[in-house]
Design a protein around this ligand. Structure first.
Ligand SMILES: C[S@@+](CC[C@H](N)C(=O)[O-])C[C@H]1O[C@@H](n2cnc3c(N)ncnc32)[C@H](O)[C@@H]1O
Length: 420
């Protein structure tokens, strides 16, 4: 299976379109998943592919083909030397297991691990996101989740399925026929994984999904209704809430829809934590927010930033001209300026690398500047030890696509308390 990835790379200050043609190869993912799960029964599922991977990297002098036994021994040797010295290792004594779908750079994973969860499977098809994921967790995610060769690697018997799946319209029959009619959408694959676990007698306890706020009214509300219907047919009760990151300890107004679904047979109920109120003053569900502090933009800014982040006179003039045109047309779009005293920024998006228009920082002397990649990380709640991709374009894209970790961490904490 051949996969093409088109990416935009910054090389010597210029942007290039780079097209990578990559065979769909899950062997390195199986290998790293195997090394990470050796202490538990999940390792068995990754073992054969891990051995195949070892064969591809071994040099064996006596024969052309590397015998299975040699590869098996080499794998055990590699295991012996393996050290889990990554910035975000799995918790020592995990209290539950989860899988990380549409994993990006692992926002759900950090939040899950912070709640003492163990991630037993990850999937993400973007090679740059995979590289960042590997640098931080020591695991390469499996690829395309719609493919059988990826799904067959998902172990049975985990507790929570997590994922920020891309939002797509469903066919008209969706509401009547259930999840068969979500075929061709990525939500179908989520439902399919839940169904496989039900058929296996190991139903997943909780589904935890994140999406753009627009999912709520997408296709006149039909998309969300279809998701509810499909989950209901599979035996799950679904709750959702639109929450903003600014109420969870990061100074960013990022509104996202969060969906939590749980087995109806368990007779439980779930209520979302709502965060700090809109003025970042009163706390209206204090007991759920012990770790959440109110913040302002100054809290995420670096002290000395390189002059390369200052936007050029030409770009600034273009921003001002477009803003004027928008204002004349009566809409409020255009660039936005913030300083250290601002309560929160706009939402950082995956296109931030282009011109930074949604969040520019005022400077005393000269034009405003873009956030640095480290500041973008801070704005999504990624702590200091997180390894950031070396390409600024990729780094901005990855943080723009990511979840805000404190929101996910707080909801995960509630999931653990109320549902696990
Ligand atoms: C909105 S982002 C999720 C980001 C993630 N929650 C994080 O914290 O970084 C959606 C991700 O799904 C990935 N994706 C889309 N289709 C996929 C597929 N068929 N298989 C695997 N990953 C896919 C994209 O590459 C993208 O990184």
């Amino acid at each position: 299976m051949i996969k093409e990835t088109i990416s935009i790379e910054e090389i010597n200050g210029e942007l290039f379109n780079i097209k990578l043609i990559e065979p769909e190869n899950n062997a390195p993912a199986a290998y790293t998943h195997y090394l990470h799960s050796i202490d538990n029964h999940y390792s068995e599922i990754f073992r054969d592919d891990a051995i195949e991977y070892v064969k591809t990297v071994l040099e064996y002098t006596q024969k052309d083909e590397i015998p299975h036994l040699v590869a098996e021994e080499a794998l055990q040797y590699l295991l012996f030397n393996y050290q889990n010295d990554v910035p975000f290792p799995a918790p020592q004594n995990p209290e539950f297991q989860f899988i990380d779908l549409f994993a990006g750079i692992g926002g759900f994973r950090i939040a899950g691990q912070d709640n003492l969860g163990e991630c037993v499977f990850s999937s993400e098809w973007d090679i740059h996101a995979k590289a960042t994921y590997f640098a931080n967790f020591g695991k390469i995610p499996f690829g395309d989740i719609t493919k059988e060769e990826t799904k067959r690697n998902i172990p049975f018997g985990f507790d929570v399925l997590c994922g920020g799946f891309p939002c797509q319209p469903f066919s008209n029959a969706g509401l009547r026929k259930g999840f068969e009619d979500t075929r061709g959408t990525l939500f179908f694959d989520v439902a399919d994984i839940l169904d496989r676990n039900i058929q296996n007698g190991t139903p997943v306890k909780v589904v935890f999904l994140e999406n753009v706020k627009g999912l709520k009214n997408h296709d006149k509300g039909r998309t969300l209704k279809t998701i509810d219907k499909v989950l209901d047919d599979l035996g799950y009760e679904m709750k959702y809430e639109v929450l903003s990151s600014k109420n969870f300890g990061v100074p960013q107004n990022r509104e996202r829809i969060f969906i939590v679904a749980y087995l109806k047979t368990e007779n439980r109920n779930f209520t979302f934590p709502l965060g700090l109120d809109s003025h970042d003053k009163a706390i209206f569900d204090k007991e759920k927010l012990s770790n959440v502090k109110s913040t302002k933009v100054g809290d995420i800014l670096e002290i000395n930033t390189d002059s390369k982040y200052t936007i050029s006179d030409k770009l600034y003039a273009g921003h001002i001209r477009r803003k004027k045109e928008h204002l004349e047309k009566g809409n409020g779009f255009g660039f936005s300026l913030f300083d250290e005293n601002s309560q929160y920024t706009n939402t950082i998006s995956a296109r931030y690398y282009k011109d930074g228009s949604e969040i520019l920082i005022v400077q005393k002397d000269g034009n405003p500047r873009k956030l640095t990649p480290r500041e973008a990380a801070n704005l999504q709640g990624y702590d200091e030890k997180f390894v950031i991709h070396k390409s600024n374009v990729q780094a901005y894209k990855q943080f723009g696509n990511s979840v805000s970790i404190p929101v996910i961490r707080t909801i995960f904490n509630e999931i653990k308390k109320q549902l696990l």
